[in-house]
Design a protein around this ligand. Structure first.
Ligand code: HAM
Length: 432
């Protein structure tokens, strides 16, 4: 079949056969976030473009190359490339800073970046993220990192290294920028055009340029960690001591600068080598200046986001368990109109009791119905014909053991079916 229109490059369909993987991540992320006191926030999929220019930053790859922007009635809107900017905008717009501090928010949302698609890198991808707003203490950095670690552990992921760094505050950054400028000035002629303009405006962004020539030049650039002021240095030392106390292993990687402009002080990434080049499953850090930059009061904050597709890829590669998809509890095959009427009553009542119940809505032969029940993995089947209706009795068949149990088709049926289903779960035999 030649499909006339395909899905856009860099997007994915999640078909029912795979949805349990998403449900696993969604369930576990919610449980872990809520255990740490975080509450869910939902924000629009698109925002005024200026929000991202002011937060993510005009010299970043995300803003310069990757945003999906439309002009609608003279206003520019952008599909969100990440969740932090919108979450902070919503925090300010809804007066959440008047609520008890720190605010602990989490989100699960689609993001859009026009990047070159490859394994683990999509144009529409999904993030689970958290933001903790209103604390400057380094123990909050440790708390947020431990949430991420707790989540990765709950998913039973292995072989994921935590890298941390500090990229300082505007005070230490000013000195660092001078050193970077002097360093890149020597190789000015070899930098790509984007980096050439970054040299004046924001030389730190040259460090995360994806062009091989710029990355080669940047390999020996000065490191921000050597330029930290006393306060930033103390903050970083405290964070390390808290991580040690929590038994969370980490490596200081002075090369991590992150690709978004709002970060200050702590930055961190969780990286696996199991899924190829796009192995960063989580990235985050502190952004003490962002809220003020967006027009709010001076308020420190921090957070992280994880790529859900990357988490699933890693779980698949490592053979981690997903929550088993639910199965049909009972498939009823009615033979004839009377049996169908009884089937409709039983089905309705069983569904009220919470059981997944199906019957034939196609008009198939008994043999074809049984084949269908087998294909959907029904746990029990029951054939209802004239004899069963007259005797008010039928046989429930356990599809995995072949065992048949006689049941009465009166009001006791629902109670008995519950018991039989539970017993089957524990692989016990029961008769009624
Ligand atoms: P980020 O590092 O740009 O940070 O993205 C976070 C995570 O989203 C990445 O570590 C990766 O797992 C996933 N991700 C990013 N781009 C793609 C892509 N094209 N395809 C698949 N997955 C991707 C942020 O977005 C920050 N807002 C994180 C944060 C929250 N910092 C503080 N609070």
């Amino acid at each position: 079949m030649a499909l006339l229109i395909q899905r856009p490059n860099g997007t994915e369909d999640v078909i029912p056969q795979n949805i349990h993987k998403w449900h696993t991540i969604e369930k576990v992320t919610r449980e872990v976030a809520e255990k740490f006191g975080f509450k869910e926030i939902r924000i629009p999929t698109f925002e005024n473009t200026n929000l991202f220019l002011r937060s993510v930053g005009e010299t970043t790859d995300v803003v310069q190359k990757e945003m999906y922007t439309v002009m609608a009635k003279e206003t520019k809107f952008t599909l969100r490339p990440e969740g932090t900017a919108g979450t902070i905008r919503a925090t300010l717009q809804n007066g959440l800073l008047n609520e008890p501090m720190p605010q602990r928010l989490y989100y699960i949302l689609p993001c859009f970046r026009h990047e070159r698609p490859q394994a683990g890198r999509l144009r529409e991808f999904h993030q689970f993220g958290v933001e903790m707003i209103g604390t400057q203490s380094p123990v909050a950095d440790a708390e947020v990192i431990s949430l991420a670690k707790n989540l990765l552990d709950r998913l039973e992921l292995r072989n994921i290294a935590l890298y941390i760094n500090s990229i300082g505050c505007p005070a230490c950054r000013a000195e660092y920028h001078k050193a970077l400028k002097a360093f890149f000035e020597k190789d000015k002629d070899n930098l790509c055009d984007t980096c050439l303009s970054r040299l004046e405006k924001n030389p730190m962004r040259i460090l995360d340029c994806k062009s091989p020539v710029c990355s080669d030049i940047a390999a020996n650039a000065p490191l921000i960690i050597d330029y930290l002021c006393q306060e930033c240095s103390d903050h970083f030392e405290k964070l390390k001591s808290y991580l040690d106390a929590m038994n969370i292993e980490y490596t200081v990687n002075p090369k991590i600068v992150r690709g978004l402009d709002y970060y200050t002080k702590t930055v961190f990434e969780f990286v696996t080598t199991d899924i190829g080049a796009q192995g960063t499953v989580c990235g985050g850090g502190r952004y003490d200046g962002l809220i003020e930059q967006l027009g709010g009061p001076k308020t420190p904050a921090l957070g992280f986001a994880m790529g859900i597709e990357r988490l699933i890829l890693t779980m698949e590669k490592q053979g981690c368990a997903f929550i088993e998809p639910k199965k049909c509890d009972l498939y009823i095959a009615p033979m004839g109109e009377n049996a169908l009427l009884k089937t409709l009553t039983i089905t309705h009542n069983l569904r009220e009791e919470g059981f997944w119940t199906e019957y034939d809505v196609v008009g198939r032969s008994l043999k074809a119905q049984m084949k269908y029940a087998d294909k959907i993995g029904a746990l029990f089947t029951m054939v209802l014909g004239d004899n069963e209706i007259n005797d008010n009795k039928a046989k429930l068949r356990n599809m995995s053991t072949g065992e048949e149990i006689e049941v009465t088709l009166d009001e006791n049926f629902y109670f008995n079916f519950s018991n039989i289903a539970i017993a089957a779960m524990f692989k016990e035999s029961l008769e009624f």
